[in-house]
Design a binder for this molecule. Structure first.
Ligand code: OGA
Ligand code: MN
Length: 281
């Protein structure tokens, strides 16, 4: 048997003693699925996964997407995005560098954003490089009634990079014209209903939300800043300190996450699969 232990008051649980390299029976899968819905972030400890096994487990939750940064997909495994601060011998990045340095939810800038992402730690620094997750159900529920009614029905524009330039090209390559054409801006509600739990969650992100539609710019900026600041208060956040061979599966429909930069002297190398989700409503 395996254990599921909560990791914080806010969200997150670790799964200990379950080997994801082997196909899961339907009963075990149902337990894992329910735990994911309940805890929003699951940390599977001590996994030894080949790319095939990582992909096979991920696919139990739905179809997998590639990534617009297609130069960082694992050769022969387009379902796996490499996330890395390392460089190859030819001087190119070994994976997407500077990933997730602002609070965000994966693929929020697409028409059908991700259900969840599964990030597998192949190399981690001795310290630093933590990933923080927040609970967007709690963030929504804790809003005042006034704010809830103020934001009811509002939609926002989402865009990769949100049109703001967060990185120099040396830190992270710019999108090519061909890649840019694949990620036009999209519109989503800023409060969404989780399609499986039926609960309402806030849906804004520092990295991708450009502006609230039908609202003057200054008001939109102020409201987005207010909602983000509110939703990442410590009481809504779980800080994940990585252990080697953790596989972390988060729910992009009810969480944001942010990655802290690892100390530059140390390598941090991860493999990510990304499950396709529904159009937010
Ligand atoms: C991601 C991301 C977080 C990290 O892979 O989606 O935001 O900790 N990365 O590397
Ligand atoms: Mn991310």
């Amino acid at each position: 048997m395996f254990e599921i232990n909560p990791l914080s008051e806010a969200l997150g649980a670790e799964v200990v003693g379950l080997d994801l390299a082997k196909p899961l029976g339907d009963d075990v899968f149902a337990t894992v699925h329910q735990a994911h819905l309940a805890h929003q972030v699951l940390v599977f400890r001590d996994q030894q996964l080949t790319p095939e096994q990582h992909i096979a487990f991920s696919k139990r939750f739905g179809a997998l997407s590639g990534h617009v940064f297609d130069q960082f997909l694992l050769p022969d495994y387009p379902e796996i995005l490499k996330v890395s601060n390392k460089k190859k011998e030819d001087g190119e990045f070994a994976g997407l560098p500077q990933a997730g340095r602002r609070w965000h939810s994966d693929l929020a800038y697409t028409a059908t954003p991700s259900l969840g992402s599964l990030l597998y730690a192949l190399e981690i620094p001795p310290e630093g490089g933590d990933t923080l997750f927040n609970n967007m159900y709690r963030a929504y529920e804790a809003l005042s009634d006034d704010t809830k009614s103020r934001i009811e029905g509002l939609k926002a524009e989402f865009l990769l990079g949100s049109g703001r330039k967060f990185y120099t090209d040396a830190e992270r390559p710019a999108l090519t014209a061909e890649q840019l054409a694949k990620v036009p801006p999209v519109h989503h509600p800023i409060v969404r209903t989780h399609p499986e739990t039926g609960r309402k969650a806030l849906y804004v992100s520092q990295a991708h939300t450009v502006r609230i539609l039908d609202m003057p710019e200054a008001e939109s900026e102020a409201l987005l800043a207010e909602l983000t600041e509110h939703s990442v208060q410590p009481e809504f956040v779980y800080r994940h300190k990585w252990r080697l061979h953790d596989l972390v599966f988060w729910d992009n429909r009810c969480c944001m996450h942010i990655a802290e930069p690892p100390p530059p002297a140390y390598g941090r190398h991860m493999h990510r699969t990304t499950v396709v989700g529904d159009r937010p409503y």
